[in-house]
Write a protein that binds this ligand. Sequence first.
Ligand code: PEP
Ligand code: MG
Length: 854
Amino acid sequence: MTSITLAAPLAGWAMPLTEVPDPAFAQGLVGTGMAIDPTVNELRSPCDGTVLSVHRARHACTVRTAGGAEVLLHLGVDTVGLNGEGFTAHVQDGQSVKTGDRLISFDMDLVGSRAQSLVSMMVVVNDGYTVDGQSVNREIAAGDPAMTVHGGSGADAAPTPAAEAAAESGETAERTVPLRIAHGLHARPAAALVAAAKAHPGTVTILCRDRSANAKSVVALMGLGTVLGDRLTIRATGPGAQGVVESIAGLIDSGLGDPVVEGAATPAASTSAVTPVQPAAEEDIGPPFASGEEALLKGTIAVPGQAVGTAVRRFRRSVRVAEQGAGAQIEEPRLRQALDRVVAGLTQSAQRMPDHAAIFQAHRELLDDPELLDAALADIRAGKSAEWAWQRTARVQADALAALADPRMAERAADLRDLEQQVLTALSGKEPSVGLADLPAGSIVLADEILPSDLAGVPAGRLAGIGMAHGGPTSHAVILAAALGVPTVVALGRQAERVPDGAPVVLDGNRGELLVFPPEDMLATTRTAVAARAARREENRRTSREDCRMADGTRIEVFANLGRVSDAPGAVVEGAEGCGLLRTEFLFLERQSAPTEDEQYQQYQQIADALEGRPLVIRTLDVGGDKPLSYLPLPKEENPVLGLRGVRVGLREPELLRAQIRAILLVKPAGICRIMVPMIASPSELQAVRTMVDEERAKLGRAEPIELGAMIEVPAAALIADRIGAVADFLSIGTNDLTQYVLAMDRGNPHVAAQLDALHPGVLRLIRLAVMGAKTHERVVAVCGGSASDPMAAPLLIGLGVTELSATPAVIADLKAFIRTLRMEDCRRVAEAALGTDSADEVRRLVAEAWPGL
Ligand code: PEP
Ligand code: MG
C-alpha cells in the first residue's frame, strides 16, 4: 500500500465534492476527491505521472500516478457541451508530466458564462484507492498539498480475479446499440454505466469503432471519445452476462441520465452565417438589444428542434432570506401553509403531466418527510425565520442525499433543491413557479434556469421553446422539456438577459443558438420548416397507435417485446398493438429465490393492465444456456447452449413451470394472455406443456381456454412446423436462436458476430418452411427475434408470409410507418430473390436496391 499527496491543480476556493453542482460528482459516482472553484485559468498536474487521456472536448484529462491511481481533472460543470471552445490542451495522451506542469488552459470569461459552473473536480476514479486529508473549505494555491491517495491494487486496470473466474464460466453476451446522447460518454453518463457494470461479477467491455474499454472504468469509457450516433457494442462474460448486457443496453438507450436526442444519428452541426455575440463578463452585459438589432447568442444543445416565437422573459431573482423570524407562533404556521400550497401545486402538476406523475409524487414524498419538517421547526423554535429554517434544512438534506452512493439519491437531491425554491417562493406569497402558466401562444421563454416544477404548469401548445442563460443539457428540467417536445438551448450566458420581452426570436435547438430580431425572410423560412416538421410529427403520432396496414391493405400486427413492467406503458405510446414476447426470465433475473406464484401474477397483471386490453404473449421461463438463474442451479454442461434450455428446463422442473402457468392463467381479463413456449424441437414437448396447462386450468376452475404457442428457434422445429402447427395455436420465430443454430455460430461469440446475420438465405429458407408448415393448419406466424426490429428484414419477413412482428418498443412507430409504404407483391418478389442468394450481404443489397430510403 502506497500513499501520495496530490497538489492542488488550480488556485481557488477548495470545497468538498458534495458541494459540486453536479449530482454524479457530488455523490461520488465518478470517483472520490475534492473540488476547486478556480481563480486562475490554468490547470496544472497534481502529481508526476502519465497523461492517460485528454477528452476530445479538452475540458477534462486524466493523469495516472506512478502508483497507478487515475486522477481525473474535470474543468467546470457541463463543460463538455462547449465542444472544446475556450479550452487549450497543452499535453497529449501518453505524455509524461511532472507536478505543476500546465495541462489545460481555459478562457475563464467564456467558460464561466457558458457553463453551469466553473467549479472543477479532482477525483481518483479507479478502484483500490482511498482518498483522505482533503484540504477544503479554504483558499488554496496551485501546488499546495490538496489530498492524499492511498492504495494501489489497480483494480480497474485489469479484470479482477473474480471477474476472470466469472469469465471462465464461458458465458458471453453481446449487443450493439446506438449512442443517442449529445455529448457522448462524458463523466456523468460514464459514471452511470460504470455503476451498472460494476454490479456484474464478470467482465463488461464497451467497443466503439476500433476501440474497446473496460466498462467498469470511467476513464476508459471517456477515453473512447464517443460521439452522438456512435454504435456501442456491449460485451459481457460470466454468469448473468445476457442480463447485464440487456440492462446496460437499456441504460444506454435511455441516455444514461442525459437527454436522448431522438432520431439523431450524427453529431449536430454547429455552423452559422451570423457572427456570434461574444459572451460578456458577468458585470458588463450591456443594454437590452434595440428593436431590429440582429444578435446571435450561442449556447449548448439540450433539446433539438427549432422554434419561432416571441421572447418571454422569466429571469428569476434570487430570494433573499432574513435569518431572524417573528417568533415560532408566526413562523411555524407560515411554513406549514407554504408547504401545503406546494403540495397542492404538486398534485395539480401530477394531474397535468400524468406521464411524469412519478416525479411529482417523489417531491410530495420528500415534503412529507417528518425529519425535514422537524429540523426546520427546530430552527424556527430557535428564533429563525421560516425561510431561513427551510432553506437551511433543505440544503443540509440535499447534500446528505447527494453524498449517498446510490444513483437514485442524486435525483432526490435535485428534487429537494427544486423544493427549496418552491417553498421559498410560496413563503414570499407568489405562485410557486416562474410563471409559465400564463404564457401566450408561441412563447420562447428565456430564463436563467428552468426547474421541473416550472414546466408542470405549462398549458399545452403555448411554450414553443426554452433558452436558459445557465443550466446544463442534462438536467431534470431538460428531460421534461424533451418529453414535452420543446426545443431547448442552455448555457446562453447572461447576454440572454439583454433580449427584451416581446422580441421576435428563433431558437435553434439543433445548433444551440438563439437569434434575436432575425430578418423577416429567416423568420418565414424557419416558420415553414417548423410547421412541416410539426405536421410530420403529428401525423406519425396520429398513426402510430392505429392498426398497421400495408399500402395494399394487408394487415400486419406490430407488437412489442418487453422485459420489464415499466417498459409496457411506453410501448403502448410508441404504437405497440400488444406484447408479442414477454421475456419473463428478465423479470426475475436478479433474485436469489424463485418468485412466488403471486409475485409472478402481480407482474403479469401489471403489464396486462398497462397494455389496456391489448394481447400479451407471455413466454415461459427461458433459462439455461446464456441465461442462468441463480435460484435454479442446472448441472454443468459442456455445451450449455445445446443442453438444458427453455422448455427442456420447464419439463425437468415441472413445479416451476406449473407455478408460472397458474400465474398466467390468473391474469384478468381471461382472454388477454397467450402462453408461448421457448426452444420447442418436437410436438411432444408442446403437448406435454398443453397437458399441464389443461390440468392447472381445471384445478383453478377456469373455463376459458388459453392460446398456447411454440417458438420456432430450433431448426428442427422450422423443418417440421407442419407437425408442430398441429398442436400449437400459433408460432413465433425466434430469429436470434434460429440464426445461431442454423449457422452454427454462438450468438455470444464475438469472433463470429459479424457473420451472425438473420438475413442469411439459409435462415430465410427455414422461415419460409416454418410459414408454409404453419399454413397447413392456418396458424399465425410471428417473428419476435431481433430481425423483427430490423427495418431491412421487415419486407422480407412479410414477403415470406409472416403477419406479426414483435419489435423493441423504440422502433415501433418508424417500423409501422415503413410497413405502411410496402406492397405485398414487392415484398414477395424481393423475398423470393433473397432465397436465391449466397449470403446475407447479398440479401441486404437486394433490399437496399428495392427500398433505397432505408
Ligand atoms: C430469439 O431467440 O430470437 C428470441 C426471441 O428469444 P431470446 O432472444 O430471448 O433467446
Ligand atoms: Mg431464443
